[in-house]
Design a protein around this ligand. Structure first.
Ligand SMILES: Nc1nc2c(ncn2[C@@H]2O[C@H](COP(=O)(O)OP(=O)(O)OP(=O)(O)O)[C@@H](O)[C@H]2O)c(=O)[nH]1
Ligand SMILES: [Mg+2]
Length: 256
């Protein structure tokens, strides 16, 4: 009886938690972006830009958007650190790939790095948000231009979007997060991750009424668990208001 009520309570009141990986080559602005996300959604003071150092391990940011909790994982983008990324793939609901749109010399590196990420089987079906960052700089390429330049192949089956953002002034941040929440809530990958974690909504609740499978669920969960020894620390958060930026829906979201 307890499990019946607990299951119902859990189903009604537990917020969905999504894991979002922030990737991109070094100096793209990933950590500055995470900092901005926290300032926008947690309404706290941002860490000054000159106090953000190159990331060696992992920065984590947690925000809440309506009924969803988003956990952002920001990893270091220096070449020697990129091999760590794949340890996080299996548990990621979506990928945010940040590109310094003001630095064309880095585009080749960004393109080949992103293509390698997309080839990884552990990221199959993960929605992809490509951010053309540093739009506060006059030389920054627009999201449309960047999309044309990257000319990414093998995006056909993936839900994705290009967005122009500035991690400095917050341009495009809210739109990006809204898009992420929408696609993650409806993506097949989320269903798969939920099923693996044993939290597939009402179906799971009904299942818990007839069988107590928590041990089995723990086993499954352990298999995909992440080593958080790498965690170096959280960053700090301000407030933000910006007009809606131009967006490129290179492919209308589809939800197989
Ligand atoms: N003008 C401008 N500069 C930015 C923006 N975002 C980041 N930067 C600057 O770009 C540099 C790199 O920013 P980081 O956030 O440390 O970049 P990162 O991608 O986290 O780099 P790694 O941790 O080494 O992978 C810093 O000097 C930032 O101040 C932006 O939107 N506009
Ligand atoms: Mg960083």
């Amino acid at each position: 009886m307890f499990s019946l009520f607990y299951g119902l309570w859990k189903y009604l009141f537990t917020k969905t938690e999504f894991h979002v990986l922030i990737l991109g080559i070094d100096k793209a602005g990933k950590t500055t972006l995470l900092e901005k996300l926290k300032s926008v959604y947690l309404n706290m003071e941002s860490l000054p830009h000159d106090r953000i150092v190159p990331t060696v391990g992992l920065n984590i940011g947690r925000i809440q958007v309506s009924n969803s909790k988003l956990v952002f994982w920001d990893l270091g983008g220096q070449p020697g650190l990129r091999s760590i990324w794949e340890k996080y793939y299996e548990e990621a609901h979506a990928i945010v790939f940040v590109i310094d749109a003001s630095s064309p010399l880095q585009f080749e590196d960004a393109k080949s790095t992103l293509e390698k990420v997309l080839r990884h089987e552990d990221l199959q079906g993960a929605p992809l948000l490509i951010l053309a960052n540093k739009q506060d700089l006059s030389e920054a390429m627009s999201a449309e231009e960047l999309a044309r330049y990257l000319d990414l192949k093998k995006l056909d089956e993936r839900v994705y979007m290009f967005e122009a953002v500035s991690a400095y002034d917050g341009l495009g941040i809210k739109e990006s997060v809204e898009w992420l929440v929408e696609v993650m809530e409806r993506s097949k990958r989320t269903e798969t991750l939920r099923a693996r974690a044993g939290e597939s909504g009402f179906a799971s609740y009904l299942g818990s009424v007839t069988s107590s499978s928590s041990e089995e669920q723990t086993c499954l969960r352990t298999k995909g668990q992440i080593n958080h020894d790498l965690l170096l620390g959280d960053i700090i958060p301000g407030s933000w208001h910006q007009p809606r930026p131009p967006q490129v829906h290179a492919q209308p979201p589809s939800f197989p």
